[in-house]
Design a protein around this ligand. Sequence first.
Ligand SMILES: [Zn+2]
Ligand SMILES: [Zn+2]
Ligand SMILES: [Zn+2]
Ligand SMILES: [Zn+2]
Ligand SMILES: [Zn+2]
Ligand SMILES: [Zn+2]
Length: 372
Amino acid sequence: MAAVVQPHERKCAVCTNDFTTPKILPCGHLLCQGCVISLISSKLDAGCPLCTCPIVELKGNSPQSAADVAEALPTDSVMKAIVESAGMMGKDNMCTVCDNLKAEYICMQCFEKMCESCKKIHKKMAVSRSHAVESVSTVTPERLAASRPALCADHGDKQAELFCVDHNLVICQSCSKKHSGCKDVKPLDEKMKSAEKILGSLAEELEKAEENLKQAIWNLCARQQRADATKDENMVIVDSTCDRLQSMVEDCRKEMKNQISHSSSKFEAYLSNVKKDLKKRLGKVTSHKHLVTRATTVRPRPALIHAAQTLTDRVNSLDVNNELEVQPWVDPSPEITKHCDDVVRRITAELQSLELQPTGVEVSRSFNLSCV
Ligand SMILES: [Zn+2]
Ligand SMILES: [Zn+2]
Ligand SMILES: [Zn+2]
Ligand SMILES: [Zn+2]
Ligand SMILES: [Zn+2]
Ligand SMILES: [Zn+2]
């Protein structure tokens, strides 16, 4: 026997009562026929209250009444039978035979609810002797639904033994004459067996589809995890590369500045030496100029002649006309520019290699959804 239907599963999500004519929506959920009508007559594109899937699959623009749409939905006859059985069991638990005492038993064939003494009579009467009578506490609505006999669609009290496919009706032997013109009338048992077979293969098919979809969702989650992990790895690569590039730039800045200050202070020292030397020469020239000026101003004889002789020798030894040549300033810029260009080339190469890093987040749309 199939899994037990919990009492809440017999309840409609709209009216919260047990289903009345449960209709199967396109999403597979159930609603009472009346509840479907009230839902879509207020809003034609109303969704299923359980999953929001559309109730009406709008095809073309043929306007249908809400009642027609609800009528056209298939009925869940199994749920209908379970709800009816539950209703039968749920009514006041009085013996339906004597209407006097509390019912403790139920007949699985004729659904009579009985007290202890009426049950004894039921088991003695020839017509009901073979009936299976069970304690009400152990019978479930599903079991009761399963044991309900098929009754002739025409004679509500007669056991049906045949199924007319043409009319989609269960019929009794005596009614078979009325269906003599029908092409397909089969024994009920045979029809039941083939229906069970069909349901069996449907169950198998749905099981497989469910498995495939679960697997596809699992695969998707795994891909997402991989993509997340790759994202984190790539973030780390970018961070570490940029840190390295930044320190390259900083190193370059320091080195270039060092080079510039080194070359500049070297040149300053050289200039100050040259300046010192020139000042010394200037001092000598100035003091000799004083000697000459004094001699020509005072003009003592014969000292002037001696002076002319001595001072000429001295001034000649001073190399007054030595060329005032200063080493030219060697501009370090070409060297610096070359160094900077080199760093830029290295950084460019690093950045290019970063762009070539495989991202790993390949997007493929070939999910294996070969189900149903
Ligand atoms: Zn309802
Ligand atoms: Zn739904
Ligand atoms: Zn009784
Ligand atoms: Zn009975
Ligand atoms: Zn009949
Ligand atoms: Zn027929």
